[in-house]
Write a protein that binds this ligand. Structure first.
Ligand SMILES: NC(=O)c1ccc[n+]([C@@H]2O[C@H](COP(=O)([O-])OP(=O)(O)OC[C@H]3O[C@@H](n4cnc5c(N)ncnc54)[C@H](O)[C@@H]3O)[C@@H](O)[C@H]2O)c1
Length: 449
């Protein structure tokens, strides 16, 4: 739907009523799943993205996310969803949800340019009664110290954010609510994932909770945007640190001849006080390898060192190098050198059954193997080819999963469910398994690393 009716200033009670009656018009900036979620709830949704290709794909009923079939986009379109790059349409919506990327720059410091760019693009179209919610993962303080000042300074109408004052004249509302998306996870329905919200004041939290309350079954209110920002970081740091812990214990277990996977499975039978985390070839995805360092960076401002985060980062970053050393030793045992060895890497995605390459350890491992002179091929059903990304330039085509005997080593980096591991082991000379994908298969050809 292209919005044509301009919306004039809205008061708190008008906006709340609009939200409750699902008449509120929602803009999602940075197009992912969220835009579709709102459309499912019959809110009129407009998606904004600076990527013209994404906009035209969605407008023509196509999808660029493997897990979202084009039919889902087409039914969203039929329910009124539209996509645009034209920010002037923002003046006509009631709620603006920002889901733009928050990566690290080359010095591993936060790159907030997407948030500041978006804030500057929103500001000229801001009007009284707008509810602006940031969802991008970031350090505590971003909403109030980065987003808010731009919105307040750069809007031309002298609007300010609601901060608990009685009047809601010339005011807009600002909140933070973290995204909790687990790509590929089929076990929890999205609406069953509780949604944390923290507004600048109680009125804002109420509005944000009302908006999300029609989409999520449970809303968790926290006292401030900073508390909501920190909640998301705690969740990701918890994963990052625990993964580092099992990665380190895996390295020790390998030396001691103990199967860490067996140990984790046994420990996981404890009905309280233990949650299993699994070792792997290195961290991937755009969250766990990145987000904790947003907090480390912010902590420096407070003369504070986040040692757990740094240690976990150090251990997790070393894992692809461990895989490299392990493959080299495995080949050495067969009187072969890594230089010139033919190696098939199974899996490019950062985790199984998804088409997401971001920060994938496979990319690092392929580059490390190539640097040592190995002849590397890859297979991944989700990637027919791989070109250039921000941190890699591979220019490779997916090798067919056949004639596996030609490779000196088949290296399992991503344990996609579609692989027939029995067949892979049977046909290969040597299998190095970084994920315990070959569990239950007994063969002298398998080395778990
Ligand atoms: N995807 C997830 O599973 C997930 C989970 C939790 C948190 N997050 C957080 O959500 C945020 C976004 O993540 P993502 O995975 O959707 O990133 P992404 O890179 O896949 O997508 C972001 C989109 O924003 C667009 N964009 C960038 N700048 C823009 C601008 N100024 N105006 C409009 N569009 C713009 C990009 O073109 C892109 O389409 C990040 O902070 C991330 O940490 C994502």
């Amino acid at each position: 739907m292209t919005i044509s009716q301009p919306v004039s200033s809205t008061t708190f009670s008008e906006l709340k009523a609009k939200i409750e009656q699902k008449r509120a018009r929602v803009a999602v900036i940075g197009l992912g799943y969220l835009a579709l979620l709102y459309t499912e709830q019959k809110f009129p949704v407009t998606g904004f993205d600076i990527d013209a290709h994404k906009v035209s794909t969605l407008q023509s009923g196509g999808s660029y996310i493997f897990r979202i079939p084009p039919t889902e986009i087409q039914s969203a379109r039929a329910r009124g969803f539209s996509a645009t790059s034209d920010y002037s349409q923002l003046g006509n919506v009631d709620a603006i949800i920002i889901c733009v990327p928050t990566p690290l720059n080359e010095y591993r410091d936060p790159d907030l340019s997407y948030i500041t760019g978006t804030a500057k693009a929103i500001a000229p179209h801001l009007r009284a009664g707008h509810l602006v919610i940031l969802e991008s993962t970031t350090y505590p303080g971003t909403t109030e110290e980065v987003l808010l000042p731009i919105l307040e300074k750069e809007n031309k109408k002298g609007l300010t954010a609601s901060r608990g004052d009685a009047s809601d004249q010339r005011q807009f509302y600002v909140a933070f609510s973290p995204e909790r998306e687990d790509p590929g996870n089929q076990t929890v329905a999205r609406r069953d994932i509780p949604k944390v919200v923290g507004g600048l004041d109680a009125k804002t939290t109420e509005l944000a909770a009302a908006l999300y309350g029609s989409i999520f079954n449970r809303i968790v209110r926290v006292s401030s945007p900073a508390a909501a920002e920190m909640t998301k970081l705690l969740e990701n740091i918890y994963r990052c640190v625990n993964i580092a812990l099992v990665n380190e214990l895996k390295l020790l277990s390998l030396r001691m001849g103990i199967d860490i996977w067996e140990v984790i499975e046994a420990a996981a039978t404890k009905p309280f006080g233990f949650q299993p985390f699994y070792p792997g070839p290195g961290l991937g995805g755009h969250c766990i390898p990145v987000d904790p360092f947003y907090l480390s960076w912010k902590a420096r401002e407070w003369d504070f060192r986040t040692r757990f985060i740094e240690l976990a980062g150090e251990i997790n970053t070393r894992m692809p190098y461990h895989v490299l050393d392990f493959v080299s030793k495995a080949l050495n045992q067969q009187k072969k050198a890594l230089h010139g060895a033919k190696i098939l890497v199974l899996g490019l995605a950062y985790k199984k059954d998804i088409d997401d390459l971001r920060e994938s350890p496979s990319l690092t491992i392929i580059e490390l193997l190539q640097k040592e002179g190995a002849q590397v091929s890859y297979n991944d059903p989700y990637f027919p080819r791989v070109g250039k990304g921000r941190k890699y330039d591979l220019q490779m085509k997916c090798a067919p999963l056949e004639k596996l005997g030609q490779y000196d080593c088949v290296l399992i980096v991503t344990d996609h469910s579609d692989y027939d591991y029995e067949r892979i082991v049977h046909e290969s000379q040597l299998v190095v398994d970084t994920r315990n994908a070959t569990r239950g298969i007994t063969s002298a050809k398998i080395l778990r690393c």
